[in-house]
Design a protein around this ligand. Structure first.
Ligand code: FEO
Ligand code: CA
Ligand code: CA
Ligand code: CA
Length: 606
């Protein structure tokens, strides 16, 4: 061939090869440093972490477990000082305690309370290190932990609903805590949205609810039956559905945290519906309203959009934050229906491209409810908001391959969604393939791109295409945006997405089905290099890649559950990040390009 084309700006680095190392592997010319680890101080006065002597009081002031979403909110024009907000998705008690201290059949009350305190979010003030290029935590009044004991205000059309009332909260307006916060998004007004995802696993005994309507609702959300894995119901009856049948309805929301005000009461926004929210991301509509995109991460679940009635006020003042936050309480909730443009006979389930050369088509947003008005036959608006999955079932929305992160591209205005995998696609009694979910027993997932009509997030119609059909580039069932597959890094199980300032997509993976460690990948979405996937980093053994944040001169990833493939803490499979024989600790890592005079260079530029 002739001279190599110049790499797309922001992606000029030598890819990290697929590997199984117990390390964060980064390209040549880059440096890395751990920002904060599980157990490190967040709130002033937090005690030093001690794996063998953890307490709930200590954990409530320390960085929580299993860091997932990472939001960076600049506090100055150069982005040197930033608020940092991190989700703590879930706990794995077998790895959080010494093996001789933890009996999964009989956790102690203190261990259960440690787990409650290890959930939620952390808020921190950070600055760019003046000597290294990384990010360092600065002790400050912003340091805050939000846990399963923090009081949330319920807002929007389902606030005060009879379905949200419990013996501890007869108002249905005050929920204690948040859990399973997976991904999220930074809002244009400087707050953070966070998705309550796999809420079902914390509850016990839902099979004891005998009312058939209530039982069907619990089943639709797969709320736990019998004893729960963590046995929390032994120490607080709210986890026992037989005693508190409405408690599960108080989770599964998009929550909003205002990190600028450490005394702010966090919010549950019911207008965005109740489901297993992966996260939520905002796009401003053509006429200045606020749209929020959110996916329901379970097999055969749906993609949703909320569009506010009121208009966005630019700015990040306390007044603007209050005004814009309230927009998320009044608007219309939609669910997506996708239609392929190729004949169904050409979707063979093996990932073979149809004759027109693309998995693509059109789609529409079907309204579910707006304020107290329901658009769904047989359901009130209140029921649509609290039992959103059942509303979407009734309007023939498209059952997707596990919708994960959904985020608008700030450069080209299109929206990108990670559909991580779906082992049950095409199985007996389950939905078969369609053009947007084109493979049976989908192990590797796909990345979906759509453009709203007129580029307007308020539109109710859109055009879509699959950007990536992930998996082994050598296999016939994969598609890398039309880019030559012999030149790409293999990618599997896309989970989190973000963009750099050039508009390149960055994809973090969870559960790589090709046998390699997970990682972070860059992908140009336009021009000749559309689909040219390059692996920027890989994470240690057993870990999932979360976050991620990609700025001009800094990449942040949350390394979630390193060593999770171990049976217990007795024989760790990972010793990251502390090395030696240390227990693994979920941690946040900063990566930067080594530049001249000790200053960081630009990410992805030579
Ligand atoms: Fe918690 Fe959908 O990943
Ligand atoms: Ca097609
Ligand atoms: Ca996720
Ligand atoms: Ca995941």
């Amino acid at each position: 061939g002739g001279p190599k084309p110049r790499p797309v700006p922001g992606t000029d680095f030598t890819p990290v090869p697929p590997n199984k190392l117990d390390a964060v592997s980064i390209p040549d010319g880059y440096a890395q440093r751990v920002v904060i680890r599980w157990g490190d101080p967040v709130v002033p006065g937090a005690p030093k972490f001690d794996f063998t002597k953890q307490t709930a009081a200590a954990q409530a002031k320390q960085f929580g477990y299993n860091n997932d979403f990472v939001g960076l909110i600049p506090q100055d024009p150069l982005g040197l000082t930033n608020l940092l907000v991190v989700n703590h998705e879930y706990t794995t008690e077998l790895h959080m305690f010494p093996a001789d201290q933890y009996d999964p059949a009989n956790p102690t009350e203190e261990q259960v309370k440690i787990a409650w305190a290890a959930h939620g979010l952390s808020v921190l003030l950070t600055r760019r290190d003046p000597v290294h290029g990384g990010l360092e935590v600065v002790p400050s009044r912003y340091g805050r932990r939000i846990t399963l004991d923090t009081i949330f205000e319920v807002r929007g059309p389902a606030a005060g609903s009879k379905y949200l009332k419990t013996s501890a909260d007869p108002t249905g307006r005050k929920v204690r805590g948040t859990q399973n916060n997976c991904s999220g998004g930074v809002t244009p007004w400087g707050t953070v949205l966070s998705g309550e995802e796999n809420i079902h696993q914390y509850f016990a005994n839902s099979e004891k609810v005998t009312d058939p309507v209530a039982a069907a609702r619990l089943k639709r959300y797969a709320i736990g039956t019998g004893a729960s894995t963590r046995k929390w119901e032994r120490f607080d009856k709210r986890w026992d559905v037989a005693q508190e049948p409405n408690e599960p309805n108080r989770f599964g929301w998009v929550v909003e945290i205002d990190p600028n005000d450490p005394n702010s009461t966090p919010i549950k926004h019911t207008a965005l519906g109740r489901l297993k929210h992966e996260g939520a991301n905002i796009k401003i509509t053509a006429d200045g309203r606020v749209a929020a995109y959110t996916g329901d991460d379970e097999r055969f679940e749906y993609i949703y959009k909320f569009v506010s009635n009121g208009k966005y006020k630019p700015g990040k003042s306390a007044h603007a934050r209050r005004h814009n936050s309230a927009l998320l309480d009044d608007g219309t909730l939609y669910v997506a229906r996708f239609t392929g443009d190729s004949p169904a006979s050409e979707i063979d389930g093996k990932g073979t491209l149809p004759a027109d050369g693309e998995f693509d088509g059109t789609g529409e947003w079907i309204p579910l409810a707006s304020g107290n008005k329901s658009f769904v036959d047989g359901m009130t608006a209140e029921e649509v908001y609290v039992f959103t999955r059942q509303a979407a079932d009734k309007v023939a929305a498209t059952k997707m391959d596990r919708p994960e992160d959904i985020e608008p591209n700030p450069v080209n205005g299109r929206v990108y969604a990670a559909l991580t995998n779906n082992s049950d696609r095409g199985a007996a009694g389950k939905a078969g393939v369609d053009e947007v979910n084109p493979r049976v027993a989908n192990k590797n997932g796909q990345v979906l791109e759509w453009e709203e009509d007129c580029g307007d997030a308020a539109s109710t119609r859109f055009a879509w295409r699959l950007l990536l059909v992930c998996g082994d580039p050598k296999a016939a069932d994969t598609y890398y945006g039309g880019f030559p597959k012999d030149q790409v890094s293999p990618i599997s199980c896309p989970d989190n997405v973000t963009f750099d300032r050039h508009g390149n997509l960055w994809v973090a993976t969870d559960g790589n089905a090709l046998g390699w460690n997970d990682g972070l990948f860059s992908v140009p979405v336009t021009g000749a290099e559309r689909g040219h996937v390059k692996q920027f980093l890989s994470v240690p053994v057993g870990a999932e890649t979360c976050g991620p944040v990609v700025t001009d001169n800094l990449v942040l990833v949350a390394v979630q559950h390193p060593g999770e493939n171990a049976a217990s803490s007795a024989n760790p499979t990972s010793h990251w990040p502390d090395g030696g024989t240390a227990q693994p600790r979920p941690s946040l890592v900063s990566v930067w390009k080594k530049g001249r005079f000790g200053l960081p260079g630009r990410i992805g530029e030579r």
